[in-house]
Design a protein around this ligand. Sequence first.
Ligand code: ZN
Length: 111
Amino acid sequence: MDLEKIKQRLLEKQAEIMLRVARTHDHIHHREEPVSADFSEQVTELEHEEIIHALDEEGRVELKRISQALQRIESGDYGICLLCGEEIGEGRLQALPEASQCINCANASGA
Ligand SMILES: [Zn+2]
């Protein structure tokens, strides 16, 4: 397993999400125009806000996972399941480099 390559992918993913979260924040904070008087439009705008908030939270959770994965690369624990201590399959790590659980534990915990 090429840790340097995985680290690179994690860093790229991290930058991508940070950009997305930053844009989301921008969107929220710079939105100061008055809310539309039309009720159905207001509802749509509200749903839109909720989606943005959800994305933001999701982005933050993912960023945390990625930085933890990067830390595990540094400490030499990368690729070891946090729950059972078995090796996480290489195929799984290729698909999900920030994975902290093996496929069995992930399935068992529903994550
Ligand atoms: Zn496991």
